[in-house]
Structure formats: C-alpha cells, structure tokens
Ligand binder design. Structure first.
Ligand SMILES: [Zn+2]
Length: 510
C-alpha cells in the first residue's frame, strides 16, 4: 500500500483522451471514425468528434467559403485553399489544431480541476506536422494520432464513385494533398509520420472495414491495459526505428531491420557514412561523418549542379557580377524547388539504411533470401533495386503515399498488397500497428513511471482484468502534486524535531 493514494495525485479518475486522424484525401475515414467511437464506448468513454475544417467557416479569407451548391471537388479544393490561407495568415502550420484546443478550452467546467472525465475528443483531421507537435505539446500523453494508409487506387475510386469527382479532379486533389511546396500548405505525408498507431484500410467494403476495426480495437485494448503483445511487424519496425536513432545524418534519420519470417533478427541499418573496414562510423578518433566535416555533401554538389545548368543557359554568365549570379541562382532554386533536379540524393555520402542492413547481413554471412525488411520510410528507387537483388520477400514501410520511382522502375519485380499479380514478386506493404514512438509505453510490463503492472494473483494465476489506462495526461501539474504529497504526509508519522529545524538542515547539507 503506497503512502499516498495515486488517484489523489492524478486529480481525476479516467482523464480525458484526445485522438486525431491523419490520412490522405479520399481515404473513407467516416467508417473508421464510427469504429473508434464505438470502441471508446466499450471502454466507458464518450466520444465527441470535432471537425477542424469547421473552424474555417468563421474567417474571411481570399478563397470564399464553398456554398451549398458547390460540387464536391470545388468544396474540397476550396477547403484546402482556405486551410492554407488561414495557416499563412496566422503564421503557423498549427493554426487549425490551436483552434481545436480553444474550442475545447471554452467548454471546460468552471470548477477545478476543469477536467472532462471519461470524455474522448476525436479531431478530424490533421494536415500539417506542426498540428501534431502542438497537440502533443498541449495534451501530452493524452494525445493519440492515428495514421490511416489506404491504397491510391481505392482513394481514387472513392472520390470518383462515391463523391462524384472526375478522375482527373481526384488525381489533382491527391497530388495536392500529398505535400504542397508552401510551408503553410498541406503536408499529410510528413504529418503521418507523427502517428502513434498506423491503421491499414484496404478498401471500404465490409471486410476491409472490419479488418481496420480490429486494428483500432486492439489499440484501445492495449491503451486501457489488456495484456497484448507486439506482432512481429511491430517488433521489426521498433528495431528499425532504434537503428535510425544512431544516425547523425544532417537531413533525417532512417532505420531498417531485416528479420527472418519467423522473427529472428538478421541485421539492422541506419543512413550513415560508411567507414573503411566495413560498416558505418560510430564516432571515436577516426570519424568522417558529415557533421564532423561540417556539411552535407549532397546539398553542396546539388548547388554546383544547379550552377552548371544555369550557367550554360544564361548568356554571358561568367561576365555577370557575383551578387547578380547569386540572385539568379536562388531564383532558379526557388522555381525548381519541387522538381526532381532539386531532389536528387545522388551525391549524399551516407549508405542508406536499407542498403546497410543488406550489407551487414553480407558481412555476417547470413542469407537475406526470403527475409522481411522493415524500414521507417518508403525505400528510394536505389534501395528498391538492392532489396530486389538481395532476395528479400517482403518490405514493410511507413508512408501514406507509397509512390517513389521504385514502382515505376521495378514494377516488374515489386508488388503492392492490392495488386493481383503478386506471386514471385517482392511485396511492399504499409506498416500496421503501434508506432515505435508508443511501443515502449504500451508493451512494457512497467508503467512509464516504472511501477510494475500486476498480471497475476497471489496464487500465480493470470489475471486477465485490464490494469486501466496505460498512458494519459492528468490535469494536475507537478506543483499541484507536491501540494497533495505535502498534505498527505502530515500526520503520517510523528516528527522527531520541529519542521523549522529540518528546513535549516536541508538548506545546508554540508
Ligand atoms: Zn534509399
């Protein structure tokens, strides 16, 4: 029995939870929204959905609010533009999420602890990574982001058949939604990576929806404390993520893990600069990583390549003054920003995570034929060909828009789950399950604070009762909790000396 009842430190029993969705446009989310609401009710929580796009209605923006007669394409297109304009006006990608928080704040009970016990808010839906960052900043462990992947074919069909868009309109919106150039535009792909749970929705037929429902319900069972263990895929992706964290790459950290289909670990890899003798730098006396050399070689050489091209097509380039050349180059870089030329990764010094995992298996002499590869992003076309050549049978990735050149260049050798022709090909599948960021908190037999979760009775028999909400955010701050502790501790034991004397001792420990 603890000295202080933990419930007193929490301030409220069963605190509120906040969920948000992120999915590519055309994902039939309304089916899943219902599934999440139903699942929350079975755990005694009351769901309330908040549509972030509704907050756009209250603002005067350059693009008008779509009227009731507008076509579905026009409605979606206008909402996207208005979202961008609002983010730009307010000067932050998090604008709509903040309006969601303001909406909740305005409805809080006036009395402390101002909490909504057993209440779950469901936000539809995030479009910008800053929204995820800010919701996590405000709500901490009470916030759960669910990323839904859905095949492009299904999204196109849904927008076309169910929502009445023409095929070209549907394609245009999907392209736009993936990631716009402006920093205040839509960045669904980057937002997706912030998810706590990845759900795969293969279609909007009953079987696909039931499959997705199972994925959502399992997450809630885990969250509310049932004993659920990781799948092999969750284990593999967690290992890939742990490998990524060792990278000091100046652009991003990517990880990969190769496992036997039975779950044995063959090798791990991160994107990092190779070291002589095999493998990649770990630091130490001989260290040639990019941050040690002081720059990203890819960015430097890409700039040089741009200068070569602009120099060739600009008459009298070498005669132009230096500042004029700089100005023209930055203008060219701005104009070409979203073209393949400016996104070349050709000159990077890092060995990509997937390639390093393959090389590591080679150095160890372990065959990769028939193995599964887990990677924290979608493999680039360069890695894809090595994956095929290494004999890997299956690739599991995190990415809502799995369209790299991999498919176009190697469609003969790779397939997606929705493809009919899969046999003999390497299957690329979206990851489904608990994200590495939440894996530790939900699968550990300890609470995040380190207390052991009791799963058996005194006779050693398994107790199937869920242990309660595994992670959450309670309304008391650490200052409030100190006060609770101070009050509770009074009178627990008689003091041997007056509190003033104790204070003097505490101040001068020497
Ligand atoms: Zn790659």
């Amino acid at each position: 029995v603890p000295i202080i009842d933990p419930a007193k430190l929490e301030g409220v029993h069963r605190p509120e939870i906040l969920f948000a969705w992120v999915a590519a446009v055309g994902t039939p989310l309304e089916h899943l929204s219902r599934v999440l609401g139903d699942a929350l009710r079975t755990h005694g929580y009351h769901p309330r959905t908040i549509r972030l796009s509704d907050f756009l209605k209250g603002f005067t923006l350059p693009t008008p609010q779509p009227d009731a007669e507008a076509s579905e394409y026009r409605r979606l297109d206008h909402l996207m533009s208005r979202g961008n304009e609002l983010r730009e006006r307010m000067g932050g990608g998090e604008a709509l999420a903040l309006l969601g928080a303001v909406h909740i704040a305005a409805r809080r009970p006036p009395e402390p602890p101002h909490a909504f016990p057993e209440q779950a808010f469901i936000l539809r839906q995030l479009k910008h990574p800053d929204e995820a960052v800010w919701l996590r900043t405000i709500y901490g462990r009470a916030f759960h982001l669910i990323g839904v992947s859905c095949p492009e074919r299904v999204r196109l069909q849904y927008l076309h058949v169910m929502r009445g868009l023409s095929e070209s309109e549907a394609r245009e919106l999907i392209e736009r939604d993936r990631g716009e150039q402006s920093k205040f535009g839509q960045h669904v792909a980057r937002t997706f990576h912030h998810s706590d749970l990845f759900v795969e929705l293969r279609g909007y037929d009953p079987a696909s929806v039931a499959d997705a429902r199972g994925q959502v319900e399992r997450y809630l069972r885990l969250l509310f404390g049932a004993l659920v263990t990781p799948t092999r895929d969750e284990y593999g992706m967690y290992l890939a993520h742990s490998a990524a964290l060792r990278s000091a790459d100046l652009s991003r950290q990517v990880g990969a893990a190769i496992l036997k289909p039975t779950g044995e670990v063959v090798s791990l890899g991160a994107n990092e600069v190779p070291a002589a003798g095999g493998g990649q730098y770990w630091g130490g006396t001989r260290d040639g990583r990019d941050f040690v050399r002081g720059h990203d070689a890819n960015a430097v050489i890409r700039e040089e390549a741009l200068e070569e091209v602009v120099g060739k097509i600009t008459p009298g380039w070498s005669e132009l003054p230096e500042d004029e050349r700089r100005a023209r180059l930055s203008e060219a870089a701005r104009m070409l920003g979203d073209t393949r030329v400016m996104n070349l990764t050709e000159f990077g010094r890092a060995v990509h995570a997937e390639m390093e995992a393959i090389l590591a298996a080679g150095r160890l002499g372990v065959p990769t034929t028939g193995c599964h590869l887990y990677t924290t992003t979608f493999p680039c076309h360069n890695c894809a060909k090595h994956v095929i050549g290494a004999g890997l049978a299956r690739v599991v990735y995190v990415e809502p828009y799995p369209k790299s050149l991999a498919d176009r260049l190697h469609g003969d050798a790779i397939a997606f789950p929705e493809d009919e022709e899969r046999s003999g090909k390497v299957v690329f599948e979206p990851f489904r399950g608990v994200a590495p960021r939440t894996y530790g908190a939900l699968f550990s037999s300890l609470t995040p604070e380190g207390s052991r979760l009791v799963r058996k009775n005194s006779a050693g028999e398994f107790d199937p009762a869920p242990v309660g909400l595994r992670i959450g955010s309670w309304p008391l701050t650490h200052v409030d909790r100190e006060r609770v502790v101070a009050q509770a501790i009074q009178g627990v034991l008689p003091r041997s000396r007056p509190p003033e004397e104790e204070e003097r001792n505490a101040e001068s420990p020497q």
